[in-house]
Design a protein around this ligand. Structure first.
Ligand code: MN
Length: 290
């Protein structure tokens, strides 16, 4: 099942080129009072919402996907956890390009040396919104990544149990200002975390460690790899992340980018695609243009 958030926070069920407005199913989410539980209420109650979606599709209004504005399927993650240097070929390109490395020593470095980093949750948008470059004069890079959407509160998870913690998958764009500052700072401006085009429920993807992922800028191919080349695969990343943090429903784990990262500028269009997940176009704009 492909579940999206669109327009004025409507809930959608994606069917081919159409989206069914199943917002009535949101009534399955219990109302909370302050302080609300950590995590995203839609994802925390996803099983109940899906059950309700099945009962409301009959009378649901149908729209063309191309006519709606897609937002991030998760609205309220507590964390966007990111894997740096998690594809060998991306580590190699970063060693050769000071525009990426900025003096950081990548010789013999791997993900276990660098750990994970967090992006601000306020950076999160969907593909119907624009990536707004804060410093268009600096190098702003695209990074396409498989995004895991965590389904339940979990801590100290072993690899054998890790897939049970996932609600679904999406495409993540880890937009990045290159430079000498810390990753959490350079990668967290508003709109620098894209998630979409929807959540694909985990039952549709038997093996997340074997998915082609691709990215184009203005139709020109830039990135093309497969998640089988992840240094830490999906299960190992969940074990690693939960050895440091509790993850909550709706938390996002961006699994790292393959080689081919490169700059974008205002008025570019990025196309991102992951096998069995989907594909979207997103526009790049100048943050200071109206
Ligand atoms: Mn990244």
């Amino acid at each position: 099942m492909k579940i999206c958030r669109f327009d004025d926070d409507r809930l959608g069920l994606v069917e081919g080129d159409d989206v069914l407005d199943v917002s009535a199913a949101l009534d399955a989410i219990p109302v909370q009072r302050w302080p609300i539980a950590l995590g995203d209420p839609l994802i925390a109650d996803l099983d109940r919402v899906i059950e309700r979606i099945r009962t409301v599709t009959g009378g649901a209004p149908r729209r063309k996907l191309a006519s709606v504005k897609l937002k991030s399927p998760v609205a309220n993650p507590t964390k966007i956890v990111n894997a740096p240097i998690n594809y060998a070929a991306h580590i190699e390109e970063a060693k050769k390009d000071q525009g990426i490395a900025h003096g950081r020593d990548l010789a013999n470095k791997n993900i276990w040396d660098w750990g994970l980093f967090l992006k601000a949750t306020s950076a999160l948008i969907g593909p119907g919104e624009d990536i707004r470059l804060r410093f268009p004069d600096r190098r702003n890079d695209h990074e396409v990544e498989l995004a895991l959407i965590i389904g339940k509160q979990c801590n100290h998870v072993k690899q054998a149990d890790a897939l049970e913690c996932i609600a679904g998958y999406a495409i993540g764009l880890d937009m990045t200002i290159r430079g000498p500052e810390l990753q959490c700072f350079r990668k967290s401006p508003d709109t620098y975390a894209v998630c979409g085009p929807w959540l694909v429920t985990k039952d549709e993807i038997a093996d997340p460690n074997n998915l082609n992922l691709k990215l184009w800028v203005n139709g020109e191919p830039r990135q093309n790899s497969n998640t089988k080349r992840l240094v830490y695969n999906v299960q190992r990343l969940i074990e690693y992340a939960t050895s440091f943090y509790t993850l909550y429903p709706g938390d996002l784990l961006f699994t790292g980018t393959p080689e081919g990262v490169g700059p974008v500028k205002p008025r570019d269009v990025i196309t991102a695609e992951i096998e069995k997940v989907g594909r979207f176009d997103i526009k790049v704009a100048d943050a200071y243009d109206q």
